[in-house]
Design a protein around this ligand. Structure first.
Ligand SMILES: NC(=O)c1ccc[n+]([C@@H]2O[C@H](COP(=O)([O-])OP(=O)(O)OC[C@H]3O[C@@H](n4cnc5c(N)ncnc54)[C@H](O)[C@@H]3O)[C@@H](O)[C@H]2O)c1
Ligand SMILES: [Zn+2]
Length: 694
């Protein structure tokens, strides 16, 4: 996991490395404009340390080794107690070794650890006097920091006034959530500024910026609470003697935001094994967190253990950072490809100079739409910060604008459809070929015939290409009027496969409306949304009669989506009519149409919910299903949940009531455990919904 250090061959290379590291650090802590990503920086510092170990008499005074912030930052406001950095471990073995060394220092096995996410922002000390926030100070060089009190009032989670009139110092991390970062860059570029490369840099830059004409929000998470010189004696004694976990509870009671409000709250652990189990849990939850973490911080929880272990000049000995692999790397944007999807949407995709992030080689990243490219001010040849966590599709955070050489080229947007040459409809943020779903008919039909839509066995992409090439099919409805002779005329179509396909196509006519609707591929409506629409309206006629306002009654459809769904359904009228004429089912079994008198959203669904065993529940399915559920696709599981009165969802959140966790369930299970959500095995779940299994 640790990348090897840079190899330094002589004193001149060493001096250059020290200079580069100090420069990178200064930029990193000042506003995130470092030319190195963290891996590259850490490699450089390891190289410096290795050379110094062999040449202890030639260590330069500027060397970053052994210093808080690599010695690159200073401050003029002294800290009452040093604000240190943390030492690192990278594996269970290294952590176990560290815990053994800690036990040697304290004279006994540490009884209790606290385990917290390592928030990826910057450290700050907030001084409260009689409950009022008076001063904000950065970590600086550890002994003195910079006064950034001008940021008071712009940091969520750091109240101006505590719940009690106490005099204390709260320390913690200031960061930008992913949403705050997006917003910050939007506001910043709108004001003519360069975008920040990543949330950490954005927080650092924003915190130090004084006279900005605009403010962008940040978020604070407290992780330490200590007395100030004029803190009342009794309170000071209490703060000095309390365990870390108790201090965190106290900070939260004062009204300070802590990790307790997140999906990865700080916890305590009584053994090394428990610590490592929690490390795995937090690592599994990382991709879903709305903010960045770069590791897990493990601390001796009890004050007595902390005092016995003591601190070095750079880091305390009673705490350690268990580093997780970097999820951000700097690479270059080489090209932008424009691909047409099954609905005719023309989606841009970034082609990157291949870069390894957390064990995977990344060559592509999503770019949502042309407006997104413009907003981010991306150019071909730009160095870009690429983010990839878990299985989430890699994304470009922002260009590293100050690395520009002037040779970067603007990204050219297509003027005609790159697939068929037709015009482009640019009226929505996501551009679309004027031919719509006919542009990429094979993709549209393959999707429609797929298992979760019309489920037509024997109609794979190859066959569809044959049908389209032979001119037998020009839209979805044509599938339903194919004759035996037409199919037999195709290459490699024998009697049996023809009969089977004819039967499968005929059977598809009886699919419920939800699947027919899904097969149409209306933009913005996937499987679950199609089911919700079909259940809400019960018939295709009702759906087509709905205006935007009526469409918004369906859960999950807002003011933006509703009009575009209505418009697209109108556009699909000829096709829907044609489908209905061939005998395709246009009703949803078991659903009752909304009555005009019913008020409030989704009343038809509420009525249904009242009946089933999953009434009022939000259910997430993860892992492999077994037993009677073994052959159900994820979509069929979701259909089952909804038949039984529940709501299906694909992501675990506080709103989730039940997680059906099969074999191999990973991060969703871990998250459910972290949130204390009820878990069920596939068998238990099957029993619960037995009446609804068909
Ligand atoms: N890209 C660059 O050019 C560059 C330059 C300098 C440093 N860096 C990176 O910064 C890192 C070193 O920075 P550092 O000295 O700030 O140390 P660090 O970030 O590795 O660890 C110490 C910090 O962790 C933070 N932290 C987060 N959650 C915490 C919690 N729950 N409890 C306690 N502390 C918590 C605190 O701010 C604390 O100061 C390196 O990993 C390096 O890659 C990068
Ligand atoms: Zn096209």
């Amino acid at each position: 996991m640790t990348t090897p250090g840079a190899v330094i061959v002589d004193a001149a290379a060493y001096a250059q490395a020290v200079e580069d590291a100090v420069k990178a650090s200064a930029a990193y802590y000042a506003g995130g404009t470092s030319v190195l990503d963290d891996d590259a920086y850490d490699r450089l510092v390891r190289g410096i340390a290795a050379w110094e170990a062999g040449h202890p008499d030639q260590v330069l005074p500027d060397s970053p080794t052994g210093k808080v912030a690599g010695g690159a930052v200073e401050g003029d406001v002294p800290h009452t107690v040093a604000m240190l950095s943390l030492d690192n471990v990278f594996s269970p073995e290294e952590f176990t070794a560290w815990s053994a060394s800690l036990a040697r220092r304290t004279g006994h096995e540490v009884e209790r650890f606290s385990v917290e996410p390592k928030l990826d922002g910057l450290a700050i000390a907030a001084r409260y006097s009689h409950g009022r926030l008076r001063q904000l100070i950065t970590r600086g060089d550890g002994t003195a920091g910079e006064d950034v009190s001008h940021a008071i009032g712009t940091i969520e989670g750091l109240p101006d006034q505590l719940a009690e009139p106490v005099t204390v110092e709260v320390r913690g991390e200031v960061l930008m959530t992913t949403a705050q970062f997006e917003q910050a860059n939007e506001v910043r570029t709108a004001h003519g500024g360069q975008p920040f490369a990543n949330p950490r840099g954005a927080a650092a830059g924003t915190l130090r910026a004084k006279e900005r004409t605009y403010t962008v929000p940040m978020t604070f998470f407290g992780y330490s609470l200590l007395p100030l010189p004029d803190t009342e004696t009794a309170l000071a004694a209490r703060l000095g003697g309390n365990a870390h976990s108790e201090l965190m509870t106290q900070a939260a009671a004062y009204g300070v935001n802590t990790t307790a409000t997140t999906a990865v709250p700080g916890t305590t652990a009584d053994s090394v094994e428990q610590v490592l189990a929690r490390v795995r849990e937090i690592a599994a939850l990382r991709p879903d967190l709305p903010f960045g973490i770069d590791g897990i911080v493990i601390k001796a929880d009890l004050a007595a253990d902390q005092q016995a272990a003591g601190s070095g000049s750079r880091a305390p000995r009673w705490a350690i950072a268990y580093k997780l692999p970097a999820v951000e790397k700097i690479t270059r944007l080489l090209e932008v490809e424009w691909n047409v999807g099954r609905t005719g949407v023309i989606a841009p995709r970034a082609v990157l100079e291949p870069v390894e992030i957390d064990g995977a080689t990344i060559t592509y990243a999503t770019l949502h739409n042309p407006a997104d490219i413009t907003r981010r001010d991306l150019r071909l040849g730009d160095h870009v910060m690429v983010h990839r966590a878990g299985d989430v599709i890699p994304r470009i955070e922002a260009p590293v604008a100050h690395l520009r050489t002037g040779d970067e080229q603007p990204i050219v947007f297509p003027e005609v459809c790159p697939r068929c040459g037709a015009g482009i409809d640019t009226s929505e943020q996501r551009w679309r070929c004027a031919m719509g779903r006919n542009c990429h008919l094979v993709a549209a039909l393959s999707y429609a015939a797929g298992r979760d839509q019309l489920d037509i066995e024997g109609l794979g992409a190859t066959r569809i290409v044959q049908l389209v090439d032979a001119g037998l099919v020009a839209d979805l409805a044509d599938l339903f009027t194919l004759t035996r002779e037409q199919l037999l005329s195709l290459e490699r179509m024998g009697d049996t496969s023809t009969d089977n396909l004819i039967t499968a196509i005929a059977a598809a006519k009886a699919q419920p409306l939800s699947r027919v609707l899904c097969a149409l591929g209306v933009r913005g409506t996937g499987r679950s949304m199609s089911r919700r629409i079909a259940r809400h309206f019960a018939t295709m006629d009702n759906i087509r009669a709905a205006d935007a306002e009526a469409m918004q009654q369906v859960e999950g459809i807002g003011t933006e989506k509703a009009p575009s769904i209505v418009a697209e359904l109108a556009e699909l009228t000829p096709l829907i009519n044609k489908l209905a004429a061939t005998g395709v089912n246009m009703t949803e079994p078991g659903a009752t149409p909304p009555t005009p008198a019913a008020d409030g959203p989704d009343s038809s669904m509420e009525q249904e919910k009242a009946g089933g065993p999953l009434a009022g529940m939000t259910v997430v399915v993860t892992g492999a299903m077994t037993g009677v559920l073994e052959n159900l696709s994820r979509n069929q599981m979701n259909e089952l949940i909804e038949r039984a009165g529940g709501r299906s969802s694909s992501s675990v959140s506080k709103k989730t009531t039940l997680v059906v966790a099969g074999e191999g369930a990973g991060s969703k299970r871990a998250k459910a455990e972290g949130l204390g959500i009820r878990l069920a095995t596939p068998d238990e779940f099957a029993t619960l919904v037995a009446d609804f299994l068909k």
